[in-house]
Design a protein around this ligand. Structure first.
Ligand code: PEP
Ligand code: MG
Length: 756
């Protein structure tokens, strides 16, 4: 009887020699199939490769009619070969012709063969082809033979993936691996990016496939597994708050997998068949991925991703690799493709080389997306499967406007997008020109266009966008991208940097607005709430945790020494909250002056108007503060009773409907009546049509995302304000013909060629 371990080992040794010989690709394939056939004592060995048009083409054969090479073909799912490719599972048959899927290809002359063993050629769980052996006698191939053929298929998968076979393809019949694919997900940040894929966690390419000494490899595997287990235990034991909650569950799952006996046994088996420990990890993982690909249970699919991460960690251990020096190896037009990512990890990439971000998971409000938005990078999310379809260096387009990505796009699509990018750049040029013009309506009324910000990465935009200042600095973002509470010094440094960057332009800092949808994973005091939007958030929370507020206020006061400090409170519901906050501020001022600290030259305290209760005490409110800023995102949510994060309701109610515009008019009027400056800093300010409405209602200061300033200013400079005021006089309380206000405003702009 044949030595079960030596059969595959001899074959792998032959393959290694063949891979190193300077052969033409066809010649190499021909020799590979010949050697497999002889090693496995099979009369036939054939390789089918999957093309982009879902057809499996015969690329090489020993035993079948050689004239059928590159001619014989089967569709995915057709015949035994097509069935293997579609299911990504092997088929082991002693009488192939009895199988219901058997399809006879006359050009191959295969009718005389009875037994059949076919395995998928897999890479990262994707089927790239099928490898088959056949015999005339009716025999059942042993498990070790199946394993050997699978291992050989893995070597062929590497050949395909490295582009070795590209020269054998005919135009229009490219391999599946190079197929253009598009994914539709969600838009997380506007913009269009053309560039090349950079996998955030690059699949580690195993180049050393064949081992010299199985026992030595098993020992290496054991050592690396040991270190892997230790590092997981370490993370679990760290009392680091960043590892609480969901994170912890994932780590628990990792620990379970890392100790999974079945997994370890399969790894050892692959090594004993001749693979290196690295190649064994890749093979076992690829098999497992292919098997799980057809599972629909979202929980199991999620666990599969965890297992992938774990396998990648093990590979890193085995290859002694630390985190790569990403910056150095990045192409100049990098599009980062990740399953998910922490905000801090994104900041590790150099901004000037990044053209876009693609996430398999994530939400518009996830921290990494907030940071990407601040950096002005197009982001598309919820792109399920993008990571496994993408290879490092593939051409890719991110369309953040539509929430679509195109991987390996066809030339005409690429050309169309390049045109789109040029068009957007021309428009940006127009906006840049506008920066020099005064920020006034056509009839000369000044309107301040400010920007919203929240991180140090936002600051360069102040000059680039030509904003008049920062109307809303969301201080909680610093807390959200951190893994523990930022220390007082770190807070003070950020505020100081912001004021420095503003070079005398006004900056309004909002005290930390957490709770609701803004959760800090490390905040132990957080509670489960039925209605978090109506719950313990913003000023409600910070008044109950005065230590948090005091630290922040002290940092703000110190950072603003010698300058004006503008401070505002989020989610004020009753005036008593303003008085309470003022007491805390006063106490901090007294404390700092006792220690002779450099204090702000003046301190202006404002309230955000987000809760409808304030609408019924507008005059009292205006008298209680130095300024008011309307948070239209929250105000709209509470006035209309519509959850701002609920996509089901996202387009149901109109922010420009008459009732909401009347609310805004009352606020603007109360400000004028009481000589209290009023601004608005929600998303409403950033759309030219709604910005136009706000100006018509009396707002003379609005704050928006930096990218909106150009389009809003283009509208502003063409706006005849006197006519718009007359329009509101006529229509606000009785819209013409009962039409929606949005339609009337659109018509107003169209009639006067105001660009919206
Ligand atoms: C708002 O509610 O409009 C606002 C500006 O605050 P945030 O979006 O941060 O809740
Ligand atoms: Mg708000």
């Amino acid at each position: 009887m044949r030595d079960q371990a030596s059969g595959p080992r001899v074959l792998l040794k032959r393959l290694r020699e063949l891979m190193q010989e300077p052969l033409e690709p066809q010649e190499r394939l021909d020799r590979i199939v010949r050697d497999i056939a002889s090693n496995m004592v099979a009369e036939v060995c054939s390789l089918y490769v999957l093309r982009a048009d879902s057809v499996l083409e015969l690329y090489a054969t020993e035993g079948l009619n050689p004239n059928a090479v590159h001619l014989a073909q089967l569709r995915l799912g057709q015949g035994l070969v097509g069935t293997i490719a579609a299911s990504a599972r092997p088929l082991n048959l002693s009488n192939a012709q009895e199988h219901p899927a058997f399809a006879y290809l006359p050009e191959t002359g295969e009718e005389i063969y009875n037994s059949f063993l076919g395995v998928p050629v897999l890479r990262a769980g994707r089927t790239l082809g099928v490898l088959v052996v056949q015999n005339k006698t009716m025999r059942h191939y042993r498990d070790d033979e199946v394993e050997a053929l699978e291992t050989t298929a893995m070597v062929i998968a590497e050949m395909i993936a490295t582009g070795d076979l590209a020269r054998l393809t005919r135009p229009g019949l490219e391999l599946d691996l190079r197929r253009p694919v598009s994914f539709t997900g969600l838009s997380f940040n506007d913009g269009v990016g053309l560039g090349h894929v950079v996998l955030h966690e690059p699949r580690i390419v195993v180049t050393n496939l064949f081992n010299e000494d199985s026992e030595e490899e098993v020992r290496r595997l054991e050592t690396s597994l040991g270190s892997l287990r230790l590092s997981i235990d370490d993370m679990l034991e760290r009392r680091d708050v960043a590892f609480e909650g969901e994170h912890r569950q994932v780590l628990e799952a990792y620990r379970m997998f890392a100790n999974d006996r079945g997994w370890v046994r399969r790894l050892e088996e692959a090594i004993r068949n001749g693979l290196t420990a690295e190649a064994a990890v890749e093979k076992v993982q690829s098999d497992m991925r292919a098997r799980m690909l057809h599972m629909t249970d979202p929980y199991l699919r999620e666990r599969m991703s965890d297992f992938d991460d774990l396998a990648n960690r093990l590979l890193r251990q085995l290859m002694g690799r630390g985190p790569e020096d990403v910056a150095a190896s990045l192409p100049k037009d990098a599009i980062i493709v990740a399953r998910s990512m922490g905000a801090a990890e994104l900041l590790d990439y150099p901004r000037d080389k990044m053209r876009g971000l693609v996430l398999e998971d994530g939400a518009a409000t996830s921290h990494v997306v907030i940071v990407a938005r601040a950096m002005g990078i197009p982001v598309a999310g919820q792109m399920k499967g993008a990571v496994s379809m993408a290879e490092n260096g593939d051409a890719i387009i991110v369309d953040g406007e539509e929430g679509v990505i195109h991987l390996r796009p066809q030339p005409d699509l690429e050309a169309a997008y390049a045109e789109k990018v040029r068009f957007r750049a021309r428009r940006q040029e127009v906006y840049r020109e506008l920066r020099k013009k005064p920020s006034t309506t056509r009839d000369g009324v000044q309107v301040d266009l400010l920007m919203n910000a929240g991180l140090a990465v936002d600051l360069p935009q102040l000059a680039e966008a030509g904003a008049a200042g920062i109307g809303l600095f969301r201080t909680e973002l610093q807390f959200m991208v951190a893994s523990t509470f930022p220390r007082a010094e770190a807070q003070e440094k950020l505020y100081r940097d912001v004021l420095e960057a503003a070079r005398g332009k006004p900056v309004t800092f909002r005290t930390i607005d957490i709770g609701g949808d803004k959760v800090l994973p490390y905040f132990k005091g957080a509670i489960q709430e039925e209605n978090p939007a109506l719950g313990w958030r913003a000023i409600r929370l910070t008044l109950d945790r005065p230590g948090l507020l005091r630290t922040q206020i002290r940092a703000l006061l110190k950072a603003s020494g010698g300058r004006e400090l503008k401070l505002m409170l989020p989610m004020v519901t009753e005036l008593g909250e303003i008085a309470q906050a003022r007491e805390i501020i006063d106490r901090e001022v007294r404390h700092l002056s006792r220690f002779a600290h450099h204090l702000p030259t003046s301190l202006k305290l404002g309230a955000m108007l987000e809760v409808p209760s304030l609408l019924f005490q507008l005059d009292e409110l205006m008298k209680a503060v130095d300024f008011v800023s309307v948070g239209s995102n929250d105000l709209f949510q509470f006035v209309m009773a519509v959850d701002r994060g609920n996509t089901q309701l996202a387009n149901r109610f109109d922010t420009l409907s008459a009732p909401f515009l009347r609310v805004l008019k009352q606020i603007a009027d109360a400000g004028i009546r009481n000589h209290t400056p009023v601004t608005l800093c929600g998303e409403l300010a950033g759309k030219p049509i709604s910005a136009m409405a706000l100006i018509g209602l009396g707002f003379r200061s609005i704050s928006m995302s930096p990218a909106s300033i150009g389009p809003v200013k283009a509208m502003l400079t063409e706006l005849p304000l006197d006519e718009l005021e007359a329009f509101f006089n006529d229509n606000l309380m009785a819209p013409a013909q009962g039409l929606p206000m949005r339609a009337l405003l659109q018509a107003f702009a169209d009639d006067r060629s105001i660009p919206l």
